[in-house]
Structure formats: C-alpha cells, structure tokens
Design a protein around this ligand. Sequence first.
Ligand SMILES: [Fe+2]
Ligand SMILES: [Fe+2]
Length: 346
Amino acid sequence: MNLRVAWFVTRGLIINGGGRNYGRCISTEAVVGRSMGNGSDFGNFDWRRSMKMMRTMSTASSPEEAKTLTEKDGRKENSSSSSVSEAKKDQGEAVVSSYWGIARPKITKEDGTEWPWNCFMPWETYRADLSIDLGKHHVPKTFLDKVAYRTVKLLRIPTDIFFKRRYGCRAMMLETVAAVPGMVGGMLLHLRSLRKFHHSGGWIKALLEEAENERMHLMTMVELVKPKWYERLLVLTVQGVFFNAYFVGYLLSPKLAHRVVGYLEEEAIHSYTEYLKDIGSGKIENVPAPAISIDYWRLPKDATLKDVITVIRADEAHHRDVNHFASDIHFQGKELREAPAPIGYH
Ligand SMILES: [Fe+2]
Ligand SMILES: [Fe+2]
C-alpha cells in the first residue's frame, strides 16, 4: 500500500513539475544517447524515448498539450518510420535527437569503431607539437610588461600557498581560469567586428580555439582529480572575480590583457614541468591516461598521465606564444586583424 502511495506521489511530481525542470536540464548530448565521457553507453531506446517525452512536456504549456504533442509525435514517428529507417540506413545509424529532427550521422574512428564523444569531433583532434621551445620568455621591458609580469607573480603566491605540490588539484583549478581569457577576448573581438563592420582577421576564431583547448584540459583533469565541494566553491568565486576583471582589463588595454595571459602561460609551463618531475620521481602515480585525452590528442592506447601532462604543457607553450604575439601587435600600434591569426596553432 505504502509503495502504491509513493508511486503516485513520485509520478505526480514528475508530471506536474519535476518533468519540466528535468527536461530543461537534459542536454542534446544526453538525448542523442551516445556513449559519454566515461565510456558507458546511455543509448538504449527506452531511455531515449522517456527523455524525449520529458522534453516534449517541457515545451508544452499544459499537461494536455504535452500529451497531444507526444501523441502527434508518436504518430509522426510511426508514419515516417519506414522513411526514417531508410535514412538511417543511408546515414548509418543516425539517431533522431528530438522531434525537431536533428540527427547526427554515424561517425567512426580511424579503426572503424564508433566515435564515442559528442563534445568534440575527430576533425578537431590533433597531435601536440612537442618540439616547441618550453623555455622561451618575454623579458618585460615596458611599464605595462612589468605590470603584467608582477601581477602574474603576485597571483602565484596564494596559488603556491593553497595548493603547494598538489599539482592535480592545482592544474584543475588553474584550467578553470585559463579557459576564460580566450572566450572573453574572442567575444569582445566578435562584438567589435559587428560594431565596426570589419573582419577580425581570424582572431575571434583563434582566441575561441584557445578557450576550447583550455576547456579540454579541464575536462581531462576532472577525469583524474575529483574536485571537493570547497574547491568547487573556490572555482565559482575565482571565476566571478577573474571573468569581470579580465573583461574590464581587455576593454581598457588588450595589450596588457594579452601580456598577462602570456605570462600566465609561462607559469603554467612551469607548473606542468613540476608536475612531470613528481610523476618521474614516483610522488604522483603515473596512472593510465583518461580515454578523452587519448582521443583528443591522438595518444597511443597505452598512454599514461605523463603523456597527457606533456601534451598539455606543449599546448600551454603555444598559448604563451599566441598571447605574447597578440600583445606585441598592439604594442606596435596595430590592431590584431592586421596580422595573420594563428588559427589551429596548438
Ligand atoms: Fe591549460
Ligand atoms: Fe594555456
């Protein structure tokens, strides 16, 4: 009897309120139902179907409308099932993600196995250029250079105190910050391009690529380090402060903003070098590389943490070059669009 009551209460919650919220929380990635980050497969039919129903209900203004939409959707699905299956045959297992008919064709890896990620595609992957000079340093000459350099050195003090040699946590936290400047810079250049009616010279794309690359560093690090609640709280606080500070800083002086990032990247190279030293000495276990990193950097299947940190460090060296270069362009009294943007520079 109690079980019956519990069932009706739960059902009522889902239909009247919970369903709406859940529907909004479900990402297209989840609805598509491909294998997710941990490699587990969420793609069984019943699961997709129930999620689809929740999405329908989230769009509808009333339960009755939701029911009608679902029924219509069901009829449409049945009547067009033969044509859909034909299309599926042509596209090779495309899965309709919603009643909007958005589908993704089957994507495979080079070895023929199914591509497991929705967050990035095979053509966005690359092999890191490990030959890059890690020791390059921009010697601060001008007043602004010195301000940028000192700012970064000052920021390092609380980081050293808080994390000490816990390089996993340190890297995870710093990547949440490192992915901000590219997005802010790219966004501001985008808006500038709209206001001024001119091209950005590719710099919007280059900076957004950097932001995405940094975010992939973070997605890799969270597979290795599970952040604690107070670290998540710290991320929220730091992001709130840093995003706004960088936004204002970039509006006032993009040459200072890019110089600061150039020096932050130099510090990141240093931190990852220390991380590698601790892996080499055995202080940090050289665990197998997360699957996401193997696919993103096209690493060998038996790659380890050491390989991952090595390619991330090479990425940071590229970001260092891009940002010092951007700052130099401004120092020469030019706009970024006047110099070729380093698109795809990893
Ligand atoms: Fe990074
Ligand atoms: Fe970076």
